[in-house]
Design a binder for this molecule. Structure first.
Ligand SMILES: *[C@@H]1O[C@H](CO)[C@@H](O)[C@H](O)[C@H]1NC(C)=O
Ligand SMILES: *[C@@H]1O[C@H](CO)[C@@H](O)[C@H](O)[C@H]1NC(C)=O
Ligand SMILES: *[C@@H]1O[C@H](CO)[C@@H](O)[C@H](O)[C@H]1NC(C)=O
Ligand SMILES: *[C@@H]1O[C@H](CO)[C@@H](O)[C@H](O)[C@H]1NC(C)=O
Ligand SMILES: *[C@@H]1O[C@H](CO)[C@@H](O)[C@H](O)[C@H]1NC(C)=O
Ligand SMILES: *[C@@H]1O[C@H](CO)[C@@H](O)[C@H](O)[C@H]1NC(C)=O
Ligand SMILES: *[C@@H]1O[C@H](CO)[C@@H](O)[C@H](O)[C@H]1NC(C)=O
Length: 422
C-alpha cells in the first residue's frame, strides 16, 4: 500500500507533486460545483464507496484514449449524475454497501492484493456482486497483472547488473542466496520453506524473518518503504540468487518479489503464481520451485548453477542479449498508475452504452487455492473457510436489498460456520 502513497523515488519530486496536486485540488474546489463537458452535459460521477487514501477531495479525470472525462469523488451523497460505485477490495466492510441497490449503477472493484486482505472475494458468490473487476488475474475486466513492473525496459537495463565473475568474488563474504522479508506469517508458509531450503544451501537472511544478517544502516530506513529503492537494488544485485516467494499462491499474482531480481540481474527462486511461465521474460528466467519434487532437489540445482557460469548465464538472456521474448509482457504493461488506470477504465465504460454483466460468471478472477498446512503454526487455511461462510452470508444479505448491521453479518456467517453449512 505504501508505495501508492508516495510512489515516486525522489523525495523532492514527490514533494513538488504533492504541492501541485494540492493546488490543483484547491482550484477544482472552486469549479467542481458545475463541471460539464464541452457539449454542456454534466460529467458522469464515479464514487469511491470505500475509503481511499489518495482521495480526500473531488477530482476531475480526463482519460486520454477516448477523451472521456469523469468526476471522481468519495462524497457518497453526490448522486445526481452517478455513473458507478468504486470499491477498493482491501477496504471493503462487509456491512457497508450502497443499499438498496440501484441495479442500473455498476459496482466496480479494484483489488490488486492477495487474499490475505479480503477473504470472501476468493469465492464466485462475492466476485459476482460486482459488475466490473480489476485484479491481478488476466480474466478480470481490467487486469493489473504487471502492476509492479513499471517499465519493461528495466528488465534489459544494465544499471544494477553485476557480471558473474564479480559475483563469484563476493561469495567469499556473502551467501549465494538472498532472502529479504518483513511479512513472516503467510498463507504459503514462506519462512518454513526458506528454513527448509537453508538446510541444504547457504542463505543470507535480512529483514524481519529468519534474520541472520543485519542491513547496513542506510538500508534499514529505506527497506519496505520503497520497493525499488536504488540503494536496495544496488545491495541485492551482488547476490547470485534471490528468494522470490509470494505470500500467496494465486494464478497471475506476481509482485516486486519477482521483478526486483530480474531488474538487477540476479536469478529469482520463485514460488507463487502457478501460471508464472506466461509472465517470465524468457523461457529460462527463474528457478521455479513448483517444477521440483523437493527443496533438496532445488538446493542441488542452485549449487550446480552456482558452480557453473555457463549455466548461470543462461538465466540472464534479458541482460546479456537484451532479449525479452515474451510478448505478453509488452502487451500488459500499464501505461499509468494502476488505480488511475482503473478509474479511467470505468470512466470509459460509463461513456459507452455497455452491458456490464457480460462477465462469464464461472470464471474465477481471484484463483487462490486453499493453502495446505506444511507446519502447525500455519492457520491460514481457516481464513479460506471463514471467507467461504462470509461469501455466503454476503450473498444472502445483499439479496434482501436493505441495509444491515455488522452484528447481523457476524451472526449470519458464524451460524453457517459452526453448522458447517457454507
Ligand atoms: C472512512 O472514513 C470515514 C470518515 O473519515 C470514517 O468515519 C470511517 O471510519 C472510515 N472507514 C474506514 C474503514 O476506514
Ligand atoms: C457532498 O455533496 C453534497 C451534494 O453535492 C454536498 O451538499 C456536501 O457538502 C458534500 N459533502 C462534502 C463533505 O463535501
Ligand atoms: C438509478 O440510477 C439511475 C441513473 O443514475 C437513475 O436515473 C435512477 O433514478 C436511479 N433509480 C433509483 C430508484 O434511484
Ligand atoms: C543463516 O546463517 C547460517 C550461517 O551463516 C547459514 O548457513 C544459513 O543458511 C542462514 N540462513 C537461514 C535462513 O537460516
Ligand atoms: C521455450 O520452452 C518451450 C517448452 O519447453 C520450447 O518448446 C520452446 O522452444 C522454448 N523457446 C525458446 C525460445 O527457447
Ligand atoms: C557447465 O555447463 C555446461 C552446460 O550444461 C556444460 O557444457 C559444461 O560442461 C559445464 N561445465 C562444468 C565444468 O561442469
Ligand atoms: C450488476 O450486477 C448485478 C448482480 O449481478 C446485476 O443484477 C445488475 O443488473 C448489474 N448491473 C449492471 C449495470 O450491469
Amino acid at each position: 500500500m505504501l508505495h501508492y502513497v508516495c510512489y515516486l523515488k525522489l523525495k523532492t519530486l514527490c514533494f513538488l507533486i504533492i504541492i501541485f496536486v494540492f493546488c490543483h485540488l484547491i482550484f477544482q474546489e472552486f469549479i467542481f460545483l458545475n463541471i460539464k463537458d464541452e457539449d454542456g452535459h454534466s460529467l458522469p460521477i464515479l464514487i469511491w464507496w470505500t475509503n481511499f487514501t489518495r482521495l480526500q477531495r473531488d477530482r476531475l479525470i480526463s482519460c486520454s484514449e477516448r477523451a472521456c472525462k469523469c468526476l471522481v469523488t468519495s462524497n457518497r451523497t453526490r448522486s445526481r449524475e452517478l455513473a458507478a460505485y468504486l470499491f477498493y477490495g482491501s477496504h471493503i466492510e462487509n456491512d457497508d454497501f450502497p443499499l438498496p441497490r440501484n441495479y442500473t449503477i455498476p459496482w466496480a472493484i479494484f483489488h490488486e492484493e492477495s487474499p490475505k486482505n479480503y477473504a470472501p472475494f476468493l469465492y464466485l458468490e462475492t466476485q459476482n456482486i460486482f459488475n466490473l473487476t480489476s485484479t491481478f488475474s488476466r480474466y478480470s475486466d481490467f487486469p493489473v497483472t504487471l502492476q509492479y513492473l513499471e517499465d519493461l525496459a528495466l528488465i534489459k537495463d544494465l544499471t544494477y547488473y553485476v557480471p558473474v565473475d564479480t559475483k563469484n568474488k563476493y561469495l567469499d563474504e556473502i551467501a549465494p542466496v538472498l532472502y529479504i522479508q518483513s511479512d513472516c506469517d503467510t498463507p504459503v508458509s514462506r519462512d518454513y520453506l526458506v528454513r527448509e531450503l537453508a538446510k541444504f544451501v547457504q542463505i543470507d537472511s535480512y529483514g524481519k524473518c529468519l534474520t541472520n544478517k543485519s542491513f547496513p544502516k542506510e538500508l534499514d530506513e529505506v527497506y519496505s518503504l520503497d520497493l525499488y529503492n536504488e540503494k536496495l537494488l544496488r545491495f541485492i544485485s551482488k547476490y547470485k540468487f534471490i528468494i522470490a516467494f509470494e505470500n500467496s499462491v494465486c494464478d497471475d499474482y506476481i509482485t516486486e518479489k519477482l521483478w526486483r531480481p530480474l531488474i538487477v540481474g540476479s536469478v529469482p527462486i520463485y514460488l507463487g503464481s502457478p501460471t508464472i511461465e506466461d509472465w517470465l521474460p524468457n523461457n529460462n528466467s527463474a528457478i521455479l520451485i513448483k517444477n521440483y519434487n523437493s527443496l533438496e532437489e532445488v538446493a542441488n540445482l542452485i549449487k550446480k548453477i552456482n558452480a557453473n557460469d555457463t549455466l548461470y548465464e543462461r538465466f540472464l538472456q534479458h541482460k546479456l542479449k537484451s532479449k525479452v521474448s515474451n510478448n505478453l509482457l509488452q502487451k500488459n504493461i500499464l501505461k499509468d498508475h494502476p488505480i488511475l488506470a482503473f478509474e479511467c477504465f470505468v470512466c470509459e465504460r460509463t461513456h459507452q452504452s455497455y452491458t456490464y454483466n457480460k462477465r462469464n460468471n464461472d470464471l474465477n478472477i481471484y484463483d487462490c487455492p486453499k493453502p495446505k498446512a506444511p507446519e502447525k503454526e500455519n492457520t491460514w487455511y481457516q481464513h479460506w473457510d471463514v471467507g467461504k461462510c462470509q461469501a455466503k452470508a454476503l450473498e444472502i444479505l445483499l439479496a434482501k436489498d436493505t441495509p444491515y448491521t455488522s452484528s447481523l453479518f457476524e451472526e449470519t456467517w458464524k451460524t453457517y460456520f459452526y453448522n458447517k453449512n457454507c
